[in-house]
Ligand binder design. Structure first.
Ligand SMILES: [Zn+2]
Length: 96
């Protein structure tokens, strides 16, 4: 799947709440751990896990959020997701 396709899916999922929006790593607010949204961990089920962004199999990283939700991505899709989160933060609350 092409990067723009993935980015589009991610934006849709951010909009409808399927994907959480991460806190930008630059946040220095007290109380936030150094790793802003939990941690990336190697997933023991590599190869059979669906990526939350592009919906393909073989997600490589898992993000565990403070609310307990676990979202899995390919390394590439994770970067796109991060970019989209940052982009939507900069754009404020104005969805397209
Ligand atoms: Zn993916």
């Amino acid at each position: 799947m092409d990067k723009h396709e993935v980015a589009k899916r991610i934006r849709e999922q951010l909009a409808n709440g399927t994907l959480p929006r991460i806190i930008a790593p630059l946040t220095t607010e007290p109380g936030w751990p150094t790793s802003p949204t939990g941690h990336i961990s190697a997933d023991s089920a590599i190869g059979v896990v669906r990526c939350a962004a592009c919906n393909d199999m073989g997600a490589q990283v898992a993000y565990r959020f403070p609310d307990g939700r676990i979202v899995r991505f390919h390394g590439r899709c994770h970067r796109i997701w991060e970019e989209e989160c940052l982009r939507s933060e900069k754009a404020g609350s104005r969805p397209q």
